[in-house]
Design a protein around this ligand. Structure first.
Ligand code: NAD
Length: 485
């Protein structure tokens, strides 16, 4: 199979590649070079209408296709993703600016794992039965919902796109999916893979376009019965306000401002190595990055000295270069936002201990969007820098004296996605994990993911959980059948 990134991306509707009905396109820019390298459809309501028609036509057959057959097609998609690792990784890096080694090691392998995991999951999915002694027996059946919408962001493009699509398809739904307009290429390449894998026409439809036109047309379409969304809290709020009065099922995976709580008894080397990753991986553009680092007072100065020294040594460079630890920021809009946040931190009285500047590269990347890993201290928990999501290579450090103070600082946030705790004291780890208001807690590790576990946040970080049975339950409707004996 010859998979190549084209100059003009097409929508995937009813099993074939199609130009947007309105004929409009947007520039797709490589953030490492600043150059336009392809055109992305700027789809709208008309394209959504056509995709919904195709999905509705495909639903009766797909929803009654035996699980074993769905398993087999989804596994084939996983295999084709693996077979095309290099092309997909290059497309992800060109769209997003992340180092190529990261796309190859994490993003693309995780996309095939998502398909393989939910292909297998649907073979083991079961429902409950409730026996009323001699009176009656209840059994629950779970049926696919129908046509569902999946909308994803730019930070982990194919990884998060497939995290939604795979369970939706495995459960027997037909899908209208939209990747971020900022990183459309791997979703386009997935269309070709699905055609090659024999996914029946209309079962998955991939539309490209912006949030206000294409995304909101998906959310407000009356025949799309559930929306699985990952993205900003702002867009999540808009989506909830449209979906709620239509009584749609909604899963919202939103922003974060995650605390990284470091106690003096931590395993120092592991903590330091992992904290550099949890601060700056993917240029800090992972919803699970720890952006508020809280350090016990007795080790604060030692932590600060080593963390700053090591952050300054992280090479910011061409994403195609194996030695680059940091690549480009995803877009000019986001680059300006991150620089604005650094300026705000200074206005609020913060001291920049490392970074804070634009990195100017030469050659191919001379017009690229690069920012140094940035560490800020001297700000209290309630300032905007510590309350608002930056989603870039910028972290703050604060010190605490007691466990209670650490918890208070950690929980001073409108977000509650994830938290990391560093201590060798098991009792304290359990105690603190129980009291931090976040949906995902890592103790002495970060980003260690078991796809069976519930994934999602408290407070402004979202509603609902993805992963494992939670995802398959979200994409099915339970129905209880009661039979009197
Ligand atoms: P975004 O909200 O701007 O866009 C996400 C997607 O939603 C894109 O496909 C976009 O086109 C679409 N969209 C935007 N507005 C819409 C609307 N009104 N209706 C329908 N669709 C709309 O987010 P982004 O900038 O692409 O991604 C960064 C954000 O995503 C950060 O806040 C980050 O924390 C969050 N995120 C969360 C998780 C998680 O699992 N909780 C994972 C990754 C990223």
């Amino acid at each position: 199979m010859n998979l190549t990134a084209p100059a003009t991306i097409a929508n995937y509707i009813g099993g074939s590649l199609q130009a947007p009905i309105g004929g409009k396109y947007m520039d797709n820019i490589n953030p490492a070079t600043g150059k336009v390298y392809s055109q992305t459809p700027d789809s709208d309501m008309k394209d959504v209408e056509e995709a919904v028609g195709a999905a509705k036509a495909a639903f009766p057959t797909w929803s009654t296709t035996p699980a074993e057959e769905r398993f087999s097609i989804l596994n084939k998609i996983a295999q084709l993703i693996d077979d095309n690792l290099n092309v997909l990784a290059m497309a992800e890096t060109n769209d997003n600016g992340k180092p190529l080694w990261l796309s190859k090691m994490v993003d693309i392998p995780r996309a095939s794992s998502n398909f393989r995991f939910f292909a297998t999951g649907i073979m083991h999915f079961s429902t409950e039965s409730h026996n009323m002694e001699n009176k009656a027996i209840n059994y629950t059946i779970r049926q696919p919902i129908g046509v569902v919408g999946c909308i994803s962001p730019w930070n982990l493009p194919l990884y998060l796109f497939t995290w939604k699509i795979a369970p939706a398809l495995a459960a027997g739904n037909c899908v209208i999916a939209k990747p971020s307009e900022v990183t459309p290429m791997t979703a386009y390449l997935l269309s070709i893979i699905c055609m090659k894998a024999g996914l029946p026409a209309g079962v998955l439809n991939i539309l490209h376009g912006g949030g206000p036109n294409c995304g909101s047309a998906i959310v407000s379409h009356p025949d799309i019965k559930a929306i699985s969304f990952t993205g900003s809290t702002r867009a999540g709020r808009d989506i909830a306000s449209i979906a709620a009065p239509m009584f749609k099922k909604v899963s919202l995976e939103l922003g974060g401002k995650n605390p990284n709580i470091i106690f003096a008894d931590c395993d120092w080397d592991k903590m330091m190595r992992t904290t550099l990753q949890s601060s700056f991986s993917n240029q800090g553009q992972i919803c699970l990055c720890g952006s508020r680092i809280l350090v016990e007072e007795s080790i604060y100065e030692k932590f600060k000295a080593e963390f700053v020294t090591r952050a300054k040594k992280l090479t910011v460079g061409d994403p195609l270069d194996d030695t680059s630890r940091q690549g480009a920021i995803v877009s000019k809009l986001h680059f300006d936002k991150v620089l604005g946040c650094i300026a705000l931190a200074k206005e609020e009285g913060g001291t920049v201990l490392a970074g804070g500047n634009v990195v100017k590269l030469t050659g191919r990347c001379e017009d690229g969007l690069f920012i140094e890993p940035t560490i800020i201290e001297g700000l209290g928990p309630n300032c905007r820098t510590n309350m608002e999501e930056i989603f870039g290579p910028v972290v703050t450090i604060q010190s605490f004296k007691t466990e209670d103070e650490a918890l208070q600082l950690a929980n001073t946030s409108d977000y509650g996605l994830s938290a990391t705790i560093w201590t060798q004291d098991v009792s304290r780890a359990n105690r603190v994990a129980g009291k931090v208001h976040s949906g995902i807690i890592w103790v002495n590790c970060w980003l260690l993911r078991d796809l069976r576990t519930p994934f999602g946040g408290f407070k402004n970080s979202g509603v609902g959980r993805e992963g494992g049975w939670d995802a398959l339950r979200f994409f099915t409707e339970p129905k209880n059948v009661c039979i009197e004996l």
